[in-house]
Structures are given as structure tokens and as C-alpha cells.
Design a protein around this ligand. Structure first.
Ligand code: C2G
Length: 131
């Protein structure tokens, strides 16, 4: 069984996220998602619209996702790769080369980011709608 891991906030889940998760899952047989905690989001200067448990619920509803674990620090990736016997680490290519330090432990794959969609644009668009 080839095990894949990826990380992110996955706020206002959208098709860019879904495409990333589907391609990540297709790199193996089992996909683990390290989901950024609300506390860790503060370190990333992000404030998610949905709580961690809401974002976890949405991810767990996806066929592509097999396990959701909390992402609480930048440093946990090496431990996670070893703990979960991960074969492949993957992220969107906006992170190109940022995680190459994991390449002694597992394959590192950067997947093309989906253009013209982001949680920020969705939140801005919703905010601009007349209520
Ligand atoms: N993504 C994508 N296409 C988009 C938007 C996002 O492929 N239009 C990908 C990103 O490249 C990332 C994943 O979806 O691989 C999750 O994106 P975010 O929720 O924005 O996560 P991010 O803030 O990049 O956090 O330790 C890693 C960090 O937690 C990543």
C-alpha cells in the first residue's frame, strides 16, 4: 500500500482543493491530510472561515481522503512521514521546493495549482453579495 500525505488549511473547500486531493490520492492507495489547526493558521497569518472540525468533516466526506490529522507546526512533517510510513509527500506547486528536505524520507511531488480559484476570492465574492 502506497501512502501519500499532504497538508493545508482547506478553508471554504473548492474545486482547486478537490483536484489537488484527487491527484494526491492517485499517487498512491491511501491519502493522509494534515489539516492546519486554527492555532497553526495564526502562524500562517490565515484566519479560516470554517473551524477545524468543520473543515475536517468536509475532507472526511471525500472519497479521496482516508485520514485527517491535525497540522500544528511547520516541524511535524518529518515525524508524520515516519509515523505513518508515508511513501509520497505532495503539495501544490505554489510550494515548489519548499519541502525538498523530506526527499531523504519519501518521494516529494509538487502538483500544478488550479488557476483562478482560492478561498480568498470566494470569501471576497461572498462578502460582496447584496444580502
Ligand atoms: N491548492 C491548489 N489550487 C488552488 C488552491 C489551493 O492546488 N487553487 C492547493 C495548495 O497548493 C495546497 C492545498 O491546495 O497544496 C491546500 O491549500 P491551502 O488550504 O491554501 O493550504 P496552505 O495555506 O497552502 O497550507 O504545511 C503546508 C501548509 O499547511 C499549506
Amino acid at each position: 500500500m502506497r501512502r501519500v500525505i499532504t497538508y493545508g488549511t482547506f478553508d471554504t473547500l473548492h474545486f482547486g482543493h478537490i483536484r489537488l486531493l484527487q491527484r494526491a490520492r492517485a499517487l498512491g492507495d491511501y491519502l493522509i491530510v494534515g489539516l492546519s489547526s486554527d492555532e497553526f493558521n495564526k502562524k500562517k497569518d490565515k484566519k479560516a472561515f470554517h473551524s477545524w472540525s468543520e473543515r475536517k468533516y468536509l475532507l472526511e466526506a471525500l472519497r479521496a481522503v482516508d485520514l485527517v490529522i491535525p497540522e500544528e507546526s511547520w516541524e511535524q512533517k518529518r515525524k508524520d512521514v515516519k509515523l505513518y510510513h508515508v511513501n509520497t509527500f505532495t503539495m501544490g506547486d505554489d510550494w515548489e521546493n519548499k519541502f525538498d528536505f523530506l526527499s531523504d524520507l519519501c518521494d516529494v511531488v509538487y502538483l500544478p495549482r488550479t488557476r483562478d480559484i482560492s478561498s480568498t476570492t470566494i470569501r471576497t465574492a461572498i462578502g460582496s453579495l447584496e444580502c
